[in-house]
Design a protein around this ligand. Structure first.
Ligand code: PLP
Length: 398
């Protein structure tokens, strides 16, 4: 049981980890777990990656914090590198995904405002979305369970069903500013938006003077085997929210935009005390050193293939337990026939960590540095977990 001095907002597992290394976590009592949850896609380079540790320690000796009232060289460097590697011309740094989304939403509204359309502040979002827990991002996500009891929903978010083009077209009005979508819904159940749908979104935005905002907080920074998931569809957004993997465990987010989309964000329109802090910048730059290195993403794709094939054969072996394998790269989902928590608990029994998601899915988000051997070890643990579940079901029916 967690300490009663803490808010009761989490149903925490009774696991107390003390240290981590690569894909492994060790509890206070010395038990080792394979971490395929990776802090929900945060520990992109695993735990205690030597290059990140060195970068953080080095910066800690020099300078921790500077106000955004001054130039911060680490910010300039990271922004330039992100701009070079993506569609973006401009970057605003935040501490979290929700803040990156807040910046994205403000950027889109402000763009319409400075272009003579103050009435255009509505943003179209998709059923099953998750964009964070601030008041605006729970309104964007539109999930009743996250909105309940928190007063009037922030105005200006219009939600349409997932993958429903007609509904989307019908929702575009003279008050629409932008369309906001996760290329792969994470919390919604590792639901992939088709390449075709993303391309149509790009086209609809262009035709209607709307901005396309992508939420790549979970799917970005190499997670799908490309630097960003939208690259698989060959499109680019106008604005993109990034967080999680970019900091590898240090709180860091970013809102990326084209020059045009960011044209309304002038001095005084937005700000943050901690966003772009030198410690975060040192780690963010170190993450990019690794992720942008030659062959890194190719290795992610290779390991992802081993994983995917292994999961598909587990699905064939356990058709009463596993319904479907979803995802792209190392953002994978197992949709279960039994309640997802049952397989998740059985996996925990085998000392393997995953994350529950909507639509009865278990998310597997291994660190991007997971080796093929580690992937096979993880698969063996899932196999044992499924066997244990199958045996338990047999006993029950006997
Ligand atoms: C797609 C997506 N957007 C936004 C967020 C919010 O990020 P944060 O919890 O850092 O505010 C998350 C977090 O899970 C996410 O998965």
């Amino acid at each position: 049981m967690a300490d009663p001095a803490l808010y009761d907002t989490y149903n925490r597992a009774p696991l107390r980890f003390e240290r981590g290394e690569g894909v492994w976590l060790t509890t206070e009592s010395g038990e080792r777990y394979m971490d395929f949850a990776a802090g929900i896609a945060v520990n992109s380079l695993g735990h205690a990656h030597p290059h990140l540790v060195a970068a953080l320690k080095d910066q800690a000796d020099k300078l921790w914090h500077l106000s955004n009232l001054y130039d911060i060289p680490g910010q300039e460097q990271l922004a330039r590198r992100l701009a070079e590697a993506t569609f973006a011309d401009k970057v605003f740094f935040t501490n979290s995904g929700a803040e990156a989304l807040e910046c994205a939403i403000k950027t889109a509204r402000r763009y319409q405002y400075v272009n003579g359309h103050p009435e255009r502040f509505h943003i179209i979002t998709f059923e099953g979305a998750f964009h964070g827990r601030t008041l605006a991002t729970i309104a964007a996500g539109g999930q009743p369970k996250y909105l309940e009891g928190f007063g009037p929903k922030v105005e200006g978010f219009d939600q349409v069903p997932f993958d429903d083009l007609d509904a989307l077209k019908g929702a575009i009005t003279d008050a629409t500013a932008a369309i906001l979508i996760e290329p792969i819904q994470g919390e919604g159940g590792v639901r992939l938006v088709s390449k075709e749908f993303l391309r149509t979104l790009r086209q609809l935005c262009d035709e209607n003077g709307l901005l396309l905002i992508l939420d790549e907080v979970q799917s970005g920074v190499g997670r799908t085997g490309k630097l960003f998931a939208h690259e698989w569809a060959g499109i680019t957004p106008d604005i993109m929210a990034v967080a999680k993997g970019i900091g590898g465990g240090f709180p860091l987010g970013a809102c990326l935009a084209t020059e045009e989309a960011a044209s309304g964000m002038k001095a005084g329109t937005h700000g943050t005390t901690y966003g772009g802090n030198p410690l975060a910048m040192a780690v963010g730059n170190a993450v990019l050193d690794v992720v942008l290195a030659d062959d890194f993403l190719e290795q992610v794709r290779d390991v992802a293939l081993v994983f995917r094939q292994g999961l598909e054969s587990l699905k064939d072996r356990f058709p009463d337990i596993i319904d479907e394998i979803r995802g792209e790269g190392l953002m994978l989902g197992i949709r279960t026939k039994v309640p997802n928590t049952e397989l998740l608990m059985a996996m925990r029994g085998e000392h393997l960590l995953g994350v529950p998601a909507g639509d009865n899915v278990i998310r597997l988000l291994p660190p991007l540095v997971t080796t093929a051997e580690e992937a096979r070890e993880g698969l063996a643990r899932i196999e044992r977990a499924a066997e244990a579940l199958g045996e338990a079901a047999l006993k029950k029916s006997a």
